[in-house]
Design a binder for this molecule. Structure first.
Ligand code: MG
Length: 235
């Protein structure tokens, strides 16, 4: 059985994103992708950023979603596009102002998301105090998949997480090193915005982020979920 992911872009263009979910078939249309910055100390350190006292969040548009075995386009306006492998939460039910404890009742399951980032554009945005959207929001910058697993298939706070480029490890971490737990993130985000069914939360990346180049084969894995594979394509 398959789950079908439709991004807003795919609805317009007729493209489909296919993802498996526990033997169930469904169309998944997130209203938003909420991403968390600096949720691992070692990554905050490698970015020379302070460890945050509360979650730092930003949005990626649904039009950045692509599925397993798809292409990540490296835009010609950037000279450096980085990979960031992240545990992604898929929401099941609408929630607002939930506690960290209540948050888990609202989760459908977990998958893998690569928070692709135009690092040079982000650095410029940081310097000028501008929004990160210009570096995080390009089409294809949120590969997601290969399947959603239910909450009992994974310990979201003790899962190995890794990313390889052309079969060489670039990122190797464990979600136990997240600063804010999944429940804490959902609680915090839901104070600001209503989370809707099928919304995606990318929970931050461990250390080891680095650049992609044309034709790189990127494999992103999380223990208990599987492996998401995409290929980079220079625009
Ligand atoms: Mg990230």
């Amino acid at each position: 059985m398959r789950v079908t992911f439709y991004s807003l872009k795919s609805i317009i263009s007729g493209e489909l994103m296919i993802i498996e979910f526990n033997g169930t078939s469904m169309d998944l249309i997130p209203t938003k992708i909420v991403a968390v910055a600096r949720n691992y100390r070692a990554h905050a350190q490698e970015m020379e950023s302070p460890v945050p006292e509360k979650p730092t969040i930003f949005l990626k548009p649904p039009s950045s979603l692509v599925g397993d075995k798809s292409i990540v386009v490296l835009p010609k306006v950037s000279q450096r596009v980085d990979h960031e492998v992240e545990l992604a939460v898929i929401m099941k039910t609408r929630c607002k102002n939930v506690s960290a404890e209540q948050a888990y009742q609202h989760i459908m399951g977990y998958t893998i998301c690569i928070d692709v980032t135009a690092r040079d554009i982000q650095a410029e945005a940081k310097k000028k105090g501008l929004s990160w959207t210009i570096s995080k929001g390009f089409d294809t910058f949120a590969p997601t998949g290969p399947k959603i697993v239910s909450q009992d298939s994974i310990d979201p706070h003790n899962a190995d997480i890794w990313l390889k480029i052309n079969r060489n490890y670039k990122q190797q971490g464990n979600t136990r090193n997240m600063i804010f737990s999944v429940g804490e993130l959902i609680s915090y985000i839901s104070e600001i915005m209503t989370l809707e069914p099928m919304d995606i939360i990318a929970t931050g990346t461990p250390e080891g982020v680095g650049p992609l180049k044309d034709k790189d084969v990127i494999e992103a894995g999380i223990q208990g979920i599987g492996v998401l594979t995409v290929t980079a394509h220079q625009e």
